[in-house]
Design a protein around this ligand. Structure first.
Ligand SMILES: *Cc1c(COP(=O)(O)O)cnc(C)c1O
Length: 389
């Protein structure tokens, strides 16, 4: 059995409705800041259950605006996980802050909140300023517990929810809490990179329930320029606007917001398909002890389906020889040369490094067919049982 086409680990799904939405936006009056921006923001805020949403040029810009809005200063220390995309850490560096890491829970690969607590308890009060947990792979961090920890030690909280739009966890009262709802975190961020749940090419979103941060983000997204008559210091005339602080051009264009609105309508179905595919992987691997998937949970958004295998490189190369392009998420951030130059060393976060040695993300995206997944499964089984024999 083989496939005539390569199978990637993730892929966008662009429909005729998406193309029609973009075509319509191209024929409208505004290519950049038109009506689609506010419409996308409002619909996205509803989807994740947050009060405010701010569309930005990508997930990395979203993180940068968050650290700016929270006034991260040179030398301030912020904690994140070593198992994430580098942008989760880099946003602290953009403001001159110091990145610190807490090790992961080996069952989920999420930041271990007990490790965060130990870090906080072994340093003087005020030593750390913020925490950036990541809903890695689509599994929600217990943000209620993270909030309690942050309140106890005076930290702000940014949820990097790039992997988990539509995901949720159960709080201590048994209520479902959606990722990025702003119920616990000060700010949450999302990305619309093509492998993520909602694809616009480039694009990102920040959600929050804090009106003060929302206002700050709007200003920072557009050069620090305000046209709001209520906020201006002078009123020279109808043309008048003010640059009130140093901001950026991190806007998301109307064309891409139109695509985002259309993609968002398909997100619930895409999420169900991701969960169904994950359940098929789970069932197949239940009988294959050499393949150990990460722990699941209700509310998992399944951006990734990660397994751990003893011979990860072998399996990765074998799948590639079959045109199956599995991927590794992630190379621990603290082992990157840039962060090693800042003083971090291999061995600093043993759970993250042990996880990295064995992890592989198998193909998982809404357009993956059962037949394609069966081919992936047969290939994994062949490699793993051949290895054991
Ligand atoms: C994709 C991603 C980002 C960055 O998003 P971009 O839109 O690519 O800039 C940040 N954090 C995590 C966890 C991501 O997966």
């Amino acid at each position: 059995m083989s496939f005539p086409h390569p199978i990637p680990y993730g892929r966008q799904q662009i429909t005729a409705a998406d193309i029609a939405a973009v075509t319509e936006a191209l024929q409208a009056d505004y290519l950049t800041q038109g009506p689609k921006v506010a419409e996308f923001e409002q619909k996205f805020a509803e989807y994740v259950g947050a009060q405010y949403a701010v569309a930005v040029s990508n997930g990395t810009a979203a993180l940068h605006l968050c650290t700016l809005a929270l006034h991260v200063q040179p030398g301030q220390r912020v904690i994140t996980t070593p198992i994430t995309f580098v942008a989760s850490a880099n946003c602290v560096r953009y403001c001159g802050g110091e990145v610190h890491f807490a090790d992961i829970d080996p069952d989920t690969a999420l930041i271990d909140l007990h490790a965060v607590r130990r870090l906080l308890e072994t340093h003087p009060a005020g030593y750390f300023h913020g925490l950036i947990p990541v809903d890695f792979g689509g599994l929600a961090v217990d943000m209620e517990a993270a909030r309690q920890l942050c309140d106890e030690f005076g930290l702000w909280l940014i949820e990097d929810s790039c992997h988990a739009p539509g995901g949720s966890f159960m709080d201590s009262a048994g209520r479902e809490q959606r990722c990025g709802s702003g119920q616990f975190a000060d700010l949450a961020i999302f990305s619309f990179h093509p492998v993520k749940h909602i694809a616009t090419g480039e694009g990102g979103m920040i959600t929050t329930n804090r009106a003060d941060l929302y206002q700050a983000l709007l200003l920072l997204r557009t050069h620090g320029i305000s046209r709001d008559p209520d906020l201006l210091e002078r009123h020279d005339g109808g043309w008048y606007m003010e640059m009130q602080e140093l901001g950026y051009n991190y806007r998301m264009p109307d064309i891409l917001c139109a695509l985002g609105i259309s993609q968002l309508t398909q997100a619930p179905a895409g999420l169900l398909r991701r969960r169904a595919l994950a359940a098929r992987y789970d069932a197949a691997f239940a009988g294959l002890p050499a393949v150990r998937p990460l722990a699941g949970a209700p509310g998992h958004a399944y951006h990734l389906y990660v397994v751990r295998v003893p011979d990860r490189k072998g399996l990765y190369d074998f799948l590639r020889s079959r045109q199956i392009f599995a991927q590794v998420h992630y190379i621990p951030v603290h082992t990157m040369p840039y962060y090693q130059n800042l003083g971090w060393k291999p061995g600093d976060f043993p759970q993250a490094e042990a996880y990295y040695a064995e992890c592989l993300s198998l193909p998982l995206f809404p357009g993956l067919t059962d037949a394609e997944q069966d081919y992936v499964l047969a290939s994994v089984r062949e490699f793993v049982t051949g290895n054991l024999a």
